[in-house]
Ligand binder design. Structure first.
Ligand code: G3P
Ligand code: CA
Length: 309
């Protein structure tokens, strides 16, 4: 080999090393954090808005029920009040899940704390009604952290981030203040999800070690390209689409890229089985007890998913 060929070979090797380190850097979010359920368990059970099939969504009783049913994650949707406090609520308006009216962004936390977040559930679902749900309040994110501590796992969604500038910074501060992030910026018990790529990219920029999940809401049968998946891999560890619009091929594409696949909202036994057969690594469900049953039937010898005594 002459000198110029050697030189060219060395340059190629150097370029390959640089490319590899760039790709490793881009996938910083993919560093596996031991202790995190998405890496410790094969399949995770995400209590969607708490065990919201049984108790008023996004209330402490719904989250407690999710824990009792051995959900792996408490799913929390975030909205932000007029005075900049993060609360657990799905809608931008308080109307559906409280006795109040108006947009969260126009109401102070004090005003929201006066609302009843449980009676609507008793009226809508008399067969599931409980006296204790009457008058329960909307929890703040801080209150949820204080109640369930660092032993619990949280799957937190930045909802309508375009309506709430600064929401991401506040979320990261809350994680830090409550020691959900360690001194190296890592977490083992939090996943952050959003439909907004911008919101996820912002969080990734603020802390590239936080595991993120890109949500999708498809109106038609879904397809996803390798290019899209490569882009998602640059900042996220997984993908969460609406289950009713995906198929086996979609799941295969996602899983082939080494990404987690967490579809929502999977409430029927047949759909849970189908999601598992297709390779889901977790599901959002209002019925974590049912999903645990299906998991045990699906892989009875899987120690991770055995019934806890
Ligand atoms: O976060 C997954 C799933 O909850 C997204 O739908 O509308 O229930 O927040 P949504
Ligand atoms: Ca959600």
């Amino acid at each position: 080999m002459n000198r110029s060929m050697k030189k060219a070979g060395l340059s190629l090797l150097g370029a390959a090393i640089i490319l590899q380190s760039i790709s490793m850097g881009a996938s910083a979010a993919h560093q596996k954090q031991s202790g995190s359920p998405i890496y410790e368990k094969k399949i995770v059970n995400i209590a969607h808005r708490g065990a919201s099939g049984y108790a008023p969504e996004h209330t402490i009783p719904a989250y407690q029920m999710g824990e009792r049913m051995n959900g792996d994650y408490i799913e929390i949707d975030l909205q932000m009040t007029k005075d900049g406090r993060l609360i657990a609520m799905h809608d931008e308006r308080v109307d559906r899940t409280t006795d109040g009216t108006g947009l969260v962004k126009d109401l102070t936390l004090a005003a929201i704390k006066k609302l009843d977040a449980g009676t609507w559930f008793n009226q809508k679902y008399p067969q599931l009604a409980k006296k204790e749900y009457e008058g329960i309040v909307v929890p703040t994110l801080e209150e949820v952290f204080r109640k369930f501590g660092r032993e619990a796992n949280y799957y937190i969604e930045t909802k309508s981030p375009e309506v709430y500038p600064g929401m991401e910074e506040k979320l990261l501060k809350a994680l830090k203040d409550n020691k959900m992030i360690d001194s190296r910026g890592k977490t083992k018990n939090v996943l952050i999800q959003s439909f907004s790529k911008e919101s996820l990219l912002k969080i990734h920029e603020l802390n590239p070690k936080l595991p993120l999940v890109q949500l999708f809401s498809y109106k038609n049968p879904a397809a996803i390209s390798e290019k899209e998946l490569q882009s998602i891999k640059g900042y996220a560890v997984g993908v969460g689409p609406n289950f009713n619009m995906v198929d086996r091929a979609y799941v295969k594409m996602v899983r082939n890229q080494g990404l987690q696949f967490h579809p929502y909202t999977v409430n029927e036994r047949a759909d849970m089985k189908k999601a598992l057969e297709w390779g889901a690594t977790g599901v959002f469900t209002n019925y974590p007890d049912l999903f645990n049953k299906v998991l045990r039937e699906h892989k009875p010898n899987n120690a991770f998913n055995k019934k806890k005594e």
